[in-house]
Design a protein around this ligand. Structure first.
Ligand SMILES: Nc1ncnc2c1ncn2[C@@H]1O[C@H](COP(=O)(O)OP(=O)(O)OP(=O)(O)O)[C@@H](O)[C@H]1O
Ligand SMILES: [Mg+2]
Length: 214
């Protein structure tokens, strides 16, 4: 029995955490065994790495150090939580995964994409999400949502150009992998965005269920 690995991606403040919480509740009501988790983090060891990554006092952090810390956090997360959960047949909902690394460390920090993909394969053992929901939102709204939330972490403090590169990086990924990555406009109300996501996820789970019946 294998579960379903669904990731949420998108710029800071697009609404990933808000929407994941709602989707988890929805799927649980429908009787699915759901595990909600996040990157960087998801295990005690990975959470310690997360606090290193987001600590604003580490402004000296080199882009390669940053990339490797994300990968280290992910390796532990896959080994300890995601892999075993999938083996038990759970729906794993993960707040950010490898696409964020390709975009933040690649498109925005300018590390070579092919190198990042190679290290990522090593970290994950080749695990790729079955479905990725990409929440896209215009820059003005994003800045407003980030600021309304108060205290900003090390990544959120980056200049507007960095966030523009992040948004474009995600759109490029979605265009390159339209089967796996589904783009959802996140400008609407929380309920509108939730309804759009539920439609995509239910369609995905239906197709998956059919394949397993064959
Ligand atoms: N559709 C929406 N309309 C208006 N505000 C929203 C919407 N979705 C989320 N918000 C608000 O925007 C802020 C950012 O949302 P959230 O924390 O879910 O984003 P995120 O994508 O998880 O961000 P991060 O990448 O930084 O974790 C929150 O204050 C949230 O309440
Ligand atoms: Mg979040």
């Amino acid at each position: 029995m294998t579960g379903s690995f669904i990731t949420f991606e998108g710029p800071d403040g697009a609404g990933k955490t808000t929407q994941l919480t709602l989707l988890a509740e929805h799927l649980r009501r429908r009787g699915h065994a759901v595990r909600l988790t996040r990157e960087p983090g998801g295990t005690p060891l990975s959470d310690k790495i997360r606090s290193l990554l987001l600590d604003p006092s580490h402004s000296e952090m080199d882009a390669r150090t940053e990339a490797l810390l994300y990968m280290a956090s992910r390796a532990q997360h896959v080994a300890e939580v995601i892999g075993p959960g999938l083996a038990r047949g759970e729906v794993i909902l993960c707040d950010r995964f490898a696409d964020s690394t390709v975009v933040y460390q690649g498109a925005a920090r300018r590390l070579a994409k092919q190198e990042l993909l190679a290290i990522n394969r090593f970290a994950t053992g080749g695990l790729i999400p079955d479905l990725t929901i990409l929440l896209d939102c215009d820059a003005v709204r994003l800045t407003g949502r980030r600021k309304s939330r108060g205290g900003q972490d090390r990544i959120e403090r980056e200049a507007e150009a960095f966030h523009d590169n992040v948004r474009q990086g995600f759109l490029d990924l979605a265009a390159a992998e339209p089967e796996r990555i589904k783009l959802v406009a996140a400008e609407g109300s929380v309920t509108d965005v939730h309804n759009a996501i539920v439609k995509l996820v239910e369609e995905f789970l239906r197709r998956r269920g059919k394949r397993e019946d064959q």
